[in-house]
Design a protein around this ligand. Structure first.
Ligand code: ADP
Ligand code: F6P
Length: 324
């Protein structure tokens, strides 16, 4: 019997997960392993919801968003009993290594499984870009481009009507998507958890833009900011005379997670997938595969799991200079 590795996707889906699954399966087969797909993340692991994946099963998926394996959030896996059961189920199925494609919570689970002695490798995949051990995770670039397209479109209608817009983007507790979309989208205001900002400051930024003769003002708001877009809008609307512009709110939400992965995410996911299997093959486990300075690297789970990455202060310091 050939040795078997398994792969699962967990947490919020991210464009590029399928490209990673494809790379894991085809690299595994290339190196002489069978690869088992675990449906529906840790939930599927705990119910042994497995299927053997062939090279054909992962054909035609590199360009598809989402994940063919399905993804869930699974509270039972957070319990010690959940981790123990998972290890027993994997061993009973003769699986000798696991690749976990997912974000922060998923990698925390992967780290706990690895700490129990089960060979586990993580692949950084979350649109939030909050994982330590990688400069960028699978899905971030594609999600960012969706947000940018929306912002570009909103600017057009905003200019026609001389309006301000608050555009809320995802990111959970991390402001990266808001910061990057705000800078690349030329926003007048960026509101995120890492840089506390009172509603009055947003009103000031919009008013200054109005007074400088701008036809529109865009505020990009991270969903995890202390004041989300809806509550900021309440403040602004209560002081309409000060803002100058009429104001509208757009919440992008899950739109950012859908859609096809771009070239960057397909390549990143493919490189991560190949490396993850090579790590299992070489017995280098208990680590997260990520990107640092253009190179694919692995970082021990102990250094990254359960922690979150802050935003780049160099990007933050640019905000005030650019919206002139
Ligand atoms: P993401 O991986 O995208 O950050 P979540 O934080 O929702 O998404 O985590 C996905 C899943 O990972 C959870 O539903 C749970 O099954 C598992 N997980 C999260 N935190 C832990 C933990 N501390 N220990 C074990 N498993 C965890
Ligand atoms: O972690 C990815 C993410 O899209 C976050 O940005 C967001 O807060 C969360 O998942 C939404 O989760 P759900 O899909 O369960 O609504």
């Amino acid at each position: 019997m050939r040795k078997r590795f398994a792969v699962l996707t967990s947490g919020g889906d991210a464009p590029g997960m399928n490209a990673a699954i494809r790379a894991v399966v085809r690299t595994g087969l290339h190196l002489g392993y069978d690869v088992v797909g675990i449906n529906e993340g840790y939930k599927g692991l705990l119910s042994a919801n497995f299927r053997l994946l062939t090279a054909r099963d992962v054909g035609g998926i590199i360009q598809q968003g989402g994940t063919i394996l399905g993804s869930t959030r699974c509270p039972e896996f957070k319990l010690d009993t959940g981790i123990k059961n998972a290890q027993a189920i994997l061993e009973a199925a003769n699986i000798e290594g696991l690749v976990v494609i997912g974000g922060n919570g998923s990698q925390t689970g992967a780290a706990r499984l690895a700490a129990m002695g089960f060979p586990t490798v993580g692949i950084a995949s979350t649109i939030d870009n909050d994982l330590l051990g990688t400069e960028i995770s699978i899905g971030v670039d594609s999600a960012l481009n969706v947000a940018l397209e929306a912002i570009d479109r909103i600017k057009i209608t905003a200019s026609s009507h001389h309006r301000a817009f608050l555009v809320e983007v995802m990111g959970r507790n991390c402001g990266y998507l808001a910061l990057a979309a705000g800078i690349a989208g030329g926003a007048e205001a960026i509101v995120m958890p890492e840089v506390p900002m009172e509603p009055q400051a947003v009103i000031e930024l919009f008013r200054e833009a109005y007074q400088r003769g701008k036809a529109h003002a865009i505020g990009v708001v991270a969903e995890g900011a202390r004041y989300n877009a809806a509550s900021l809008a309440q403040y602004c609307n209560a002081q309409k005379d000060k803002v100058g512009f009429d104001l509208r709110v757009v919440t992008l939400g899950h739109v950012q997670r859908g859609g096809a992965p771009g070239a960057f995410d397909r390549l990143l996911a493919t490189r991560f997938g190949v490396t993850a299997i090579e790590c299992l093959h070489d017995g280098e486990t208990g680590a997260l595969v990520g990107l640092q300075k253009g190179q694919i690297v692995t970082t021990p789970f102990a250094l990254v799991a359960g922690k979150t990455k802050g935003v780049d202060p160099n990007l933050v310091r640019m905000i005030g200079m650019l919206a002139a």
